[in-house]
Design a protein around this ligand. Structure first.
Ligand SMILES: [Zn+2]
Length: 489
């Protein structure tokens, strides 16, 4: 019986795909997809950090497109759903130098170091102390700050937490602001984060505004430096960063050390606790008198990590690609003349990079009942890579099957591997019991949060296939051919 239904479902999908005029599929093309990514990732939009002018410009760009398409405004004020967010603007110039004995090395922003998005401001030349993982947990009998004086010094710590546990306990978070506040509490004046050198592929120098909880330490510079720069700062100890990590990990004991070197740091950032930002939300009302009160949400985050003192993080794949995909799907619905039975909401979220704030705001301000959202489709990093992956299939397997069957019939580009539990902007929806699908490409993260995440690196052929797959999946759900399932957590 089940296989009969499956066959029938594939048949129905096959019919609807062959009748291209009824799907709007011919409206989706790689040229338009790439064009919008090119615009959104250009210097004009300044890396689209939520709270910035560049982001506001991007939001207006989307709202204008929605308006041209005739989407119904579905924000609080027209297409916009406003909320406040922490925002930090990093000004030029930024200086980072190491003074080792009589040698001064001047480092280059973007090549040897970057700033943490929520760096504080200051201007000083101070001694550097290496403080291992930067953890102070006397309750676990582990304290990188025990027996070492970091007062009026700069600390250098691993960005990540240890891979081992003490008494099977987690270390807590490794958010930069929290590690910074620990250092500051011990009297330090600034912090240098460095990636674990023994990782197979140590994390590169990324732009990131994910900061964690706590007060913003306004006078406390936070940098991420290269392993090479860290090795230079450690050179008078006769050990490399890799030696330090290996020794700490072997004994599971701190090895904090005064380095007999100095660093010059100069940073000026302008911090706003409550900057105004906005989601952009448009809608096509359903054509069925009953089903129009049920909604399919097609979402992507529009924001990225911004720029630092002139160093641009374009965010072409992350996530101008998903934003362009949402626009293109909206266009396919409108210009394809589709009249979906359920209502379809197109949502571009702000503040994903700071911690999913836009998607959380959307979910928390939803007033119609979470059972009225039939499904949420999230598109995040969909333009770079080599095949299509659809996440959350373990939590919403029936929804995932729809995408998988469409792929088998038309594109043959989707991998079987999936996951459970939302992911990024899908997470707040998943947590409310809303079935979600997370569209992403495999091997998508090569340029993640790097200045090299540029439009010319994208794979237009795969990009187009993925967007067509997401569109047909959305259409199938919107036309009532899916009964909302209970989400497996
Ligand atoms: Zn990102």
């Amino acid at each position: 019986m089940k296989s009969f239904f499956l066959a029938a479902q594939i048949f129905i999908i096959a019919i609807s795909i062959s009748a291209q005029s009824l799907t709007g599929l011919s409206e989706i093309n790689k040229e338009d997809l790439i064009k919008n990514v090119g615009i959104l990732s250009s210097p004009d939009f300044d890396g689209r950090l939520a709270g910035s002018e560049g982001y506001n410009k991007a939001a207006n760009f989307i709202a204008n497109k929605f308006s041209e398409l005739g989407l119904k405004p579905a924000g609080d004020e027209k297409y916009f759903q406003y909320f406040n967010i922490e925002y930090n603007k990093i000004d030029s110039p930024v200086v980072f130098k190491a003074i080792v004995a009589s040698d001064t090395t001047t480092y280059q922003l973007g090549k040897d170091f970057v700033l943490r998005g929520f760096t504080g401001s200051n201007n000083f030349t101070l001694p550097v102390v290496f403080c291992g993982y930067g953890i102070s947990r006397p309750d676990l009998n582990y304290d990188d700050y025990a027996g070492i004086n970091v007062k009026n010094k700069i600390v250098m710590v691993f960005k990540q937490n240890p891979k081992w546990k003490i008494n099977n306990k987690d270390w807590g978070t490794n958010y930069p602001r929290e590690k910074s506040l620990i250092a500051k509490k011990h009297g330090a004046k600034g912090i240098l984060f460095v990636s674990l050198p023994t990782d197979k592929k140590p994390q590169p120098l990324i732009g990131s505004v994910l900061h964690g909880d706590g007060e913003q330490p306004l006078d406390f510079p936070q940098l991420q430096i290269s392993i090479k720069a860290a090795d230079n700062l450690l050179s008078r100890t006769g050990l490399t960063l890799s030696d330090f990590q290996t020794k700490i990990d072997e004994k599971e004991k701190p090895l904090s050390t005064v380095l007999m070197t100095k660093a010059v740091i100069r940073v000026k950032a302008d911090y706003t606790k409550d900057a105004k930002t906005m989601n952009v939300v448009g809608m096509i009302e359903g054509s069925d008198p009953n089903l129009k009160n049920e909604y399919v949400v097609i979402g992507a985050h529009l924001d990225h990590v911004g720029s630092q003192a002139g160093l641009l993080f374009p965010g072409a794949n992350d996530n101008a690609s998903g934003s362009s995909a949402v626009l293109e799907i909206a266009k396919a619905f409108v210009q394809g003349g589709l009249k979906p039975k359920r209502s379809v909401i197109f949502a571009l979220f702000a503040g994903e990079e700071q911690g999913l704030y836009g998607a959380k705001y959307f979910v928390n301000s939803w007033k119609k009942g979470y059972d009225k959202i039939t499904a949420m489709l999230n598109l995040d990093c969909v333009g770079y890579g080599d095949s299509i992956q659809v996440g959350n299939g373990k939590s919403a397997p029936k929804l995932w099957d729809i995408a998988n069957q469409i792929d088998k019939t038309s594109f043959n580009s989707m991998v079987e591997k999936t996951w459970n539990g939302g992911g990024a902007d899908a997470t707040p929806f998943h947590e409310k019991g809303i079935p979600c699908l997370y569209f992403v490409t495999t091997n998508s993260y090569e340029h993640l949060h790097l200045p090299s995440d540029k439009v010319e690196t994208l794979n237009p052929v795969l990009f187009e296939k993925l967007v067509k797959l997401a569109h047909l999946t959305a259409l199938e759900i919107a036309n009532g051919n899916y009964k909302r399932e209970s989400v497996l957590k």
